[in-house]
Design a protein around this ligand. Structure first.
Ligand SMILES: Nc1ncnc2c1ncn2[C@@H]1O[C@H](COP(=O)(O)OP(=O)(O)OP(=O)(O)O)[C@@H](O)[C@H]1O
Ligand SMILES: [Mg+2]
Length: 213
């Protein structure tokens, strides 16, 4: 191993810009909304709709989406339990960096294992992590089958497909559960913005009050 990159020689460099300065600049407190649920549950649809709404409201945010991340950062990973864990670890580290930059992060990954989601929560920090279960049933997801993946999985063309040939562990205590077969996108956005309210309202209010003074 290159001595220059070994952990023993690394020194954490302290920044002079504080998290509070970023809160003041962006008028929001960073948070990660961690969406979990079956394929076809509606994670990406809701994540991108929420991102659009937040930008319209003037908030700095970014979606980390399963398929997109697997095109680049995690292109080397498959779908075995070990690879899924590494997928989640890297995503959580990226979300943590984006939160450190002051952004609101929305993640949309199946993230089927409780243990992996707990790891993400520990990495990101409990106070910045909100687990959102997109709880649409397997039956509804399979009926939708927007990518034709369930059909392929049932035909045995995809191995280790969540809900068919790999497990999905339901969150024990999510911040919010949304079944998109019962709720319209707009209704889901209402609930999601409710979760975000403490992160986007308080500081925005302070800034407005200051601006008027
Ligand atoms: N209320 C709703 N909220 C979200 N999606 C909905 C809703 N009603 C219908 N849909 C449809 O359900 C499908 C959800 O697909 P989407 O790609 O968002 O799922 P996903 O959870 O991201 O799946 P994957 O894990 O495979 O990426 C879309 O075709 C979307 O139009
Ligand atoms: Mg998706």
């Amino acid at each position: 191993m290159n001595q220059n990159t070994s952990a023993g020689n690394l020194v954490w460099q302290a920044a002079s810009v504080t998290p509070e300065a970023r809160v003041q600049l962006l008028r929001q407190r960073p948070v990660t909304l961690w969406m979990t649920g079956l394929s076809g549950a509606g994670k990406s649809t809701l994540a991108f709709a929420l991102e659009k709404r937040l930008i319209e409201l003037g908030h700095a945010c970014f979606v980390l989406d399963g398929d997109n991340v697997r095109h680049g950062l995690n292109a080397d990973l498959g779908f075995s339990p070990e690879a899924r864990t590494e997928n989640i670890r890297r995503i959580a580290e990226v979300a943590k960096l984006m939160n450190a930059a002051g952004l609101i992060v929305i993640t949309s990954f199946i993230s089927p294992y409780c243990e992996d989601r707990h790891m993400a929560r520990e990495l990101i920090g409990v106070e910045k992590f909100r687990e959102i279960h997109i709880s649409t049933t397997l039956k509804s997801c399979e009926q939708r089958d927007p990518k034709g993946l369930y059909q392929k999985a049932r035909a045995g063309l995809i191995n280790e497909f969540t809900g068919v040939s790999a497990p999905y562990e339901v969150p024990e205590d999510p911040c919010l559960s949304l079944d998109t077969s019962e709720l319209q996108v707009e209704q889901c956005l209402h609930f999601l913005l409710g979760v975000l309210r403490p992160f986007i309202n308080e500081t925005a209010g302070q800034q407005t009050a200051k601006g008027r003074a």
